[in-house]
Structures are given as C-alpha cells and as structure tokens.
Design a protein around this ligand. Structure first.
Ligand code: SF4
Length: 451
C-alpha cells in the first residue's frame, strides 16, 4: 500500500536542513507521497526509510512488455483505481482477430486492414496494437503458414491464440520476435504453455472460469518459472466482465493477493454481435483490461474505441495541449477573420477543422490556458477578457491583418466588454458556441459584415 505524506515524514530525519531542495522534511515527504521526487535527494535518509519506501514504490501490477523495438507495448504498472487519483500509465492494447481458416484473399485483406488503421486525433496518431491469429483450422501446418504470412504483411506483434500449446509453440518458433503473446493456457495446458513461454521468452495469457481458479493457475505458471503473465477471468455476461476486471485491479492495488498483480486480458468471443462487442470492448478499455481482444471485428468499431482509449489514458494532470501563438488555417491573409480560443488540443483541432471546412481561411490565435477547454479555462480565471485581450495585443496578429475584428467563442460572450477595454481599437465579435457552427457563422455573419 502506498505511504501517505505523514507516514513518510515520520521516516525522515525531521531536521529541515533543506539539502533536498525543499524547505522542510514535511514538504519533501508530500512530494515523495505524490511520487514527484526520489528519496535519493535526501542524503540523510535512513535504511529504514529506504526499505519502507522501496517496498511501497514497487508497482502493485507487474509491468509486462509485449513485442520489440517500435512495436513494443508496455502494460501494467498501474497504481490507482481512478484516473484522477494520479494517472493511468499504460493504455489498453487492442488486438483484433484473424482466423487462420480465412481464404488467402480474406486473410491478407484482414491483416492489411488492421495494420493500416491509423487516425490523427488531437495531435496524436492512434492505431490498433496487435493481430491475434485465431486457431480455427486445428491444423499446425495451416496455423504456422498463416503466422508466417501475417508477419510478412504486418509489423504488429502477433497474439498466438490456440488451445494447443504445441501449435502455438510451432508458430512462435517460426516467427521469432514477431510473436507478442501466447494465449490459451488453462489448468489442463498450463505446464505445456509455460514451457513454451519460457523457451520463446513470451508473456503468457492464463484463462480460468473464476477468480479462485485463476489465482491457482497463476501459482502454477509462476512455479513453472513464468514471470510475464496476463490474467483472463473468462467471458460471460457484461456485468461479469466489469466485476471481474474491477476486482482484479482492486485486489492488486490493495496488495492482498499477489497472484492478481498482473495486467488483465479480455477476450471477446467469436460471433458476438458487433454492437455488443464494441460495448464490451469499451467496458474493458474503461475498466482496467490491459489487453482487449475482439475476435470478430468490424472497421466501424476502430475509431470510437481508439478515441475512447485516447480520452481515458490522457494524463488528467497534463491535458493534451498545443503551444500558444498564431496559427494560419488555410491561405490566411490580411483580410482573413481572426478567431481566439484556448490551447486545449481537442479545442484547437476541432476549431481549425471547422474553419478549414468553412472555406474561409483564417487566423487562429491560441491563448495559453494551461491546456483547458474554453469554459473550464474561463472558470479557472485563465480566459478572462483582460487576459485574452492582452494576449491578442501582444501576439503580433495586428501586423498580419488590416482589419481590427476578433471573434471569441460564444460560450464566453461575457468577456466581450472587458476584452474590448484591453484591446483599444478592436471590435470583439461573439462567435458561435460550438465549433461545428463556424461554417454557418462565416456565411451568415462574417461574409455579410465584409460587404
Ligand atoms: Fe529533511 Fe532530508 Fe530534506 Fe534535510 S534533506 S530537509 S533531512 S528531507
């Protein structure tokens, strides 16, 4: 269990010598509790403190690495149940199934579709992480050939999904570093799977029908020498998915059951209704699954699931943001409108996309509001009239346009008067509340105004 600031303070020398760079031992203890500094900064820390903090700082969920080089995926090391308590570190990896009994064309098409799924959103590229080779042929030669073909077509790590450890092992041996995970070990097959996981140096997914059986399975795999483990509590009703993955996270964080200190694995079975599969996958992404495998997928599921994952795994203490300043959208010139908004990344990309779609190039003045959205920034005093007016005045936009009109977001119409006071000679126009209404605003307000 993590130590509180007061518990850590009691372990420190309490001399307030300031050599750690903090004015008091208590201030330093608070920073240690928030995991923002290391104990090494205190030259007088006792062995007792080092031992206590060392044990408390080991993440309760083991870090498991899948794949190699650019395709490396890290899972685990989570320390909280709720994102706002600190942050989530490693996003859920999405794996999509490709059955080995597909026709040649269907197989190639599926692999290429998964591999090519890539979207730019809020300044980041979001993609599917892994291919999962599903053993439906029950033939080792077919499975191995498909594994070879998959790695010819795709750099993504391959999850080898089979009930037959020898078949999965044969494929792993042939594709080497491209193999990402062995998936299929149960109570009956754990010994054989563990042998292959060790010889191929692959993480192993263990599956059991309930948490008690899963705990025993983990003990078996560990006794067989496997350290990199993912735990799959099986699939039944949606409510059980939520309950099992939440319980696994809770038990791990409370350090009451070491056998649950591993990333969890959610496998959505073949022939699940696509809408239900999307719903269950979103449950897994939201509630603690380290990997979500969708056996039968549809391309329309990709973007919503990747968007959800990006939203949940953004550090709440560091919102995605762009730099403050002036950004041209399209071929902006001296007659182009000037819009003002905050530097929250999503706001920037939504507004610039809608300006682009309006057909009217423009200047976008981005105010540094610590990555907050417009209303949040205004409520926090980071997007007030005086402040925004000063930012626009000092931004240099006056040298880029011949007019003196600036458009503010409709949600903060209240800053209009104060901003005009801070921007002598400028007319402050209240724009639309929603970015989606910018094209209509250009047509109905901006263009008639120019006539
Ligand atoms: Fe306290 Fe150590 Fe910092 Fe000195 S260096 S103030 S003893 S925590």
């Amino acid at each position: 269990m993590a130590l509180t600031g007061i518990q850590i303070y009691k372990l420190l020398p309490q001399t307030n010598c300031k050599e750690c760079g903090y004015p008091t031992c208590l201030a330093f203890a608070m920073k240690l509790a928030a995991k923002q500094v290391s104990l090494e900064l205190c030259p007088y820390a006792s062995e007792e403190a080092e031992t206590a903090l060392g044990a408390a700082s080991v993440p309760p969920i083991r870090k498991v690495v899948i794949g190699y080089h650019e395709q490396k995926i890290e899972l685990g090391e989570e320390v909280v149940l709720f994102r706002h308590e600190k942050t989530f570190y490693h996003p859920t990896a999405l794996a999509l199934g490709v059955p080995d009994d597909f026709s040649d064309d269907d197989f190639d098409r599926a692999v290429k579709t998964i591999t090519g799924a890539s979207y730019e959103r809020a300044g980041e590229t979001i993609t599917i992480n892994m291919l999962a080779l599903m053993d439906r042929s029950n033939e080792t030669a077919v499975y191995v050939e498909r594994a070879k073909r998959a790695v010819e077509l795709s750099p993504l790590p391959l999850v080898l999904v089979s009930d037959d450890p020898d078949r999965a092992g044969a494929a792993a041996e042939v594709i080497g570093n491209h193999a990402g995970l062995l998936c299929g070990a149960t109570a009956e097959s754990v010994t054989a799977f563990a042998r292959i996981a060790k010889s191929q140096k692959l993480p192993l997914v263990l599956r059991a029908p309930d948490l008690e059986a899963l705990g025993s399975l983990v003990e078996s795999a560990r006794s067989a020498g496997v350290e990199d483990i993912l735990i799959d509590p099986g699939f039944s009703a949606q409510a059980d998915v939520l309950r099992h993955h939440t319980l696994i996270r809770r038990i791990a964080l409370d350090r009451v059951g070491k056998e649950f200190g591993y990333p969890s694995f959610l496998s959505i079975p073949p022939q699940t209704d696509p809408r239900e599969a999307a719903l269950i996958a979103s449950l897994g992404i939201s509630k603690y699954a380290g990997v979500v495998l969708i056996s039968d997928w549809r391309t329309w599921q990709f973007l919503p699931l990747l968007t959800l994952r990006q939203n949940i795994y953004t550090d709440p203490q560091k919102p995605l943001q762009v730099d403050g300043g002036i950004y041209p959208v399209g071929e902006a010139n001296e007659k182009s409108p000037v819009y003002v908004t905050t530097n929250f990344s999503l706001t920037y990309f939504m507004v610039s996309t809608e300006i682009d779609g309006s057909g009217q190039p423009a200047w976008l003045v981005i105010v540094d509001a610590e990555g907050m959205s417009v209303l949040t920034a205004w409520s926090a005093g980071k997007f007030g009239g005086e402040l925004v007016g000063k930012f626009v005045r000092e931004s240099g936009i006056a040298e880029k346009v011949s007019h003196r009109k600036v458009i503010i977001p409709g949600y903060v119409a209240v800053i209009q008067g104060e901003m005009e006071d801070a921007l002598p000679g400028w007319e402050v126009i209240v724009g639309p509340q929603e970015a989606a209404d910018i094209p209509a605003f250009v047509k109905d307000v901006w263009l008639p105004m120019k006539k």
